[in-house]
Design a protein around this ligand. Structure first.
Ligand SMILES: Cc1cc2nc3c(=O)[nH]c(=O)nc-3n(C[C@H](O)[C@H](O)[C@H](O)COP(=O)(O)OP(=O)(O)OC[C@H]3O[C@@H](n4cnc5c(N)ncnc54)[C@H](O)[C@@H]3O)c2cc1C
Length: 296
């Protein structure tokens, strides 16, 4: 099998936006879909567990040695944009802010809101990333996937994917996203699109702690209310465990004050859940994906 390059004992805190993580026994950053598929085939052949991470912007990874192969897709950055039809073919590792700016420059409308989400296309589809009423699934036509158990590669149409609020079946099944086909509205006003993209980024940086390590919203919003509002009403902003702190800027963000470890963060998540449940009667479900924990 050609092009199998991996490193050993890699510190994953360098690959998560919260700057926390354990060590990957084997770690690889494929340059393209071909290398990605070969790595998955290799782990199958060698009977190694295989996990995929994108930009690590929604991950809490336990401070342990993670057995098997961890593949980071961030170097799979090939993107083709057809200006006249609005069709975009993006490899899983294309970053949303990059794609958002490219779309605006080509006059394609509908991706301006994604500029402030520091994740990859694959991660965003898996998480069904969104903002207000918008989500990337709205623009999705289909995904090409590989089944890590059977090694079959196939295309799934958007209508056959059961997307829900911050949920997709890719969070549970054996399918890993290789690339995605999306469609945005062509013939938009480029100046206006660039302006809106800039405005959206400013809105995020003005209201969220962008300069500090975090993983975005920690909890999903419960029906009819906001997790941030519930946390703020309990006066929890600024509350800390070890190096982990509930952001003073946004109640649904936990920030790493440089020395947090995964236990500090998990303990803080648990304390917030307990307090909100006790005082408000609402269970906050984490949006963040946990790796290497016995988390329910
Ligand atoms: C400052 C900040 C702001 C944020 N704002 C938002 C926001 O407005 N809206 C929002 O929805 N989220 C937001 N997030 C969270 C996060 O950026 C998104 O969920 C993002 O889409 C995750 O992408 P990722 O590449 O970082 O995925 P990762 O965090 O690396 O992984 C998340 C999940 O996706 C899976 N995955 C990754 N790649 C693939 C693949 N190729 N195939 C199958 N599964 C895959 C992983 O296994 C994991 O389960 C924010 C985060 C930060 C740090």
């Amino acid at each position: 099998m050609k092009n199998i390059n991996f490193e050993e004992n890699i510190n994953l805190s360098n690959y998560t936006t919260i700057r926390v993580g354990g060590f990957a026994e084997y770690f690889s950053k494929p340059n393209n879909a071909y290398e990605f598929i070969n790595l998955i085939k290799w782990s199958h052949l060698k009977n190694q567990k295989c996990r995929i991470i994108g930009a690590g912007s929604n991950l809490l990874i336990n401070n342990i040695l993670l057995k098997g192969l961890t593949i980071c897709t961030k170097k799979m950055r090939s993107i083709k944009i057809e200006s006249h039809s609005g069709i975009v073919l993006a490899e899983a590792g294309v970053m949303l802010p990059t794609m958002s700016n490219m779309l605006a420059k080509k006059g394609l409308q509908g991706g301006e809101w994604t500029v402030g989400i520091p994740g990859t296309v694959g991660g965003a589809i898996c998480m069904n990333a969104g903002s207000k009423k918008l989500s990337l699934a709205n623009n999705l036509l289909s995904v090409q996937v590989i089944d890590t158990k059977t090694l079959k590669i196939f295309e799934i149409e958007k209508q056959d994917i059961n997307f829900q609020y911050r949920y997709s079946p890719f969070q549970e099944n054996n399918l890993q996203i290789i690339r995605a086909k999306l469609r945005f509205e062509p013939k938009g006003n480029i100046e206006q699109l660039l302006e809106n993209t800039k405005k959206n980024l400013k809105e995020k940086t003005d209201t969220q702690p962008y300069n500090l390590p975090s993983f975005g919203s920690v909890f999903k919003n419960p029906t009819n209310t906001y997790a941030a509002k519930l946390i703020e009403e309990l006066g929890l902003k600024g509350f800390q465990i070890g190096g982990a702190e509930i952001s003073t800027m946004h109640g649904n963000f936990i920030v790493n004050n440089s020395c947090a470890d995964s236990k500090d963060i998990l303990d803080l998540i648990t304390v917030i859940q307990q307090k909100v449940l006790q005082k408000k009667g609402i269970y906050l479900q984490p949006e963040v994906r946990m790796i290497g924990f016995d988390y329910p």
